[in-house]
Design a protein around this ligand. Sequence first.
Ligand code: SF4
Length: 502
Amino acid sequence: MLKDATYCLETFGCQMNVLDSQLIEGQLRALGMRPVATAHEADVVLYNTCSVREHAEQKVLSRLGVLRRIKRHQPEKIIGVIGCMAERAGKALLANMPHVDLLCGPGELNQLPALIEEVHARHEQVAALAGSLSRRTEVLQRALEYDSLEALDLARRPAPGQNVLQSYIRVQRGCDKFCTFCVVPFTRGAERSRPPAHIVDEAQMLVDHGAREVTLLGQTVNSYLHQQGGNPVSFAKLLERVHAVEALDRIRFVTSYPADWDEDIFRVMRDFPRICPYLHLPAQSGSDRVLKAMRRPYSAAGYLNLIDKARRYVPEISLAGDFIVGFCGETEQDFQATLELVRRIEYKNLFVFKYSPRPGTVADRRLTDDVPDSVKTRRCNELLAAQLELGLAQKQRLIGRTVEVLVEGFSKAARRAQQAEQERGGEATKDFSRQLVGRSRGDWITVFDGDAGLIGALVNVQLERATPLALQGRVVSVASPPRMPAARRESAHVSLPVLAAG
Ligand code: SF4
């Protein structure tokens, strides 16, 4: 059935899901399936889902509601929910939504083609989930499954025409931390670190296909530890090994976990020049009382101390943080402590979320979601407003400097202007149609004028202006020309930043 069938795959959530979707696409294409743009025209519709926030699940439910109507007229269409929401909601989702044909958890993605075949052959709902297992059985089961999931990663090859300029590499699966608000340990299982040789081979393969920047992914990436014949490889050592991959220009990593920090990582960031001076380190709260309720084993002072150390080793480092506002029992005083922490640290950017209880977590079972939604919204807006001011001030301090930027593609404004120009029959306008966008090594979004020939290049940009969203400047020189084929450059565009869960 799969040969010549079409599929539409939509991805929600973190970078881990984006990478999983790339691996799924690799499997489906290898079987002869073709991607199409809309669920309407696809034989197989797949949603790779996220359970970290309620909002992400609501979006999927709304998509499934629309598909219920479509399936009445196209009963052969196969609808699958895969990833964390499939694992969390389990078979109840199939019972409530009879038009959904398959569920596949993030730990069973290697079974996806067989599940689609099974639905097609038997016209029955099918599910591959780890959720029905006890935790102990799960650990044993996961160990057995690990090889096949690792094989899925190792079989990874970019699809023809795929833009791999900036690529993700998984270094770790799962999480053992069990923060009280988080579903990840339940949906993605126990923490396992991939063999370093596999990670290095994958980086080399991506470089051979045109990658210049890789981001190493893990739920708590700095907790990476691989035992190799009694010889432990830490995250700092892994960074050194990836750094040795020739022709790789930039290495980033997300998401880090404050309590497991090893100072050696700062040393490697300082001494190995292709490791970008960027650190995404979620604090979640500035109040020790709330951190304790979240089961985050560090204090606000400990977190600040870590950031001070980061700045001593890597003075240019830019920082991103995650915060949850309105967690169970959060008082105004707790929130003020968070605001104070944000002001002290001066993050480059911040991801702020209103707390929503996730079924099955400790917070959902034992704590009370007692902060009214209006208060959560107000605290969220206050934190974002403070960050806007702090972020703009940091950008203004960069004006006049020249930074190296990896050119990712035309900006959104340029693509809109190019489309409008086409619709007007090529009429020239004073617009943004030549506006390119890229990121500095410190992850600052930077826009400047140039042509498609620069996409994929490393350029030096003199910074002239700052806006709340980006830095603006002009190219003063090309540090390294593009390596990707021209055809791929033309189609390159910038993806939105996405988050890791941890
Ligand atoms: S918030 Fe991060 S560290 Fe905590 S359980 Fe979730 S993934 Fe693990």
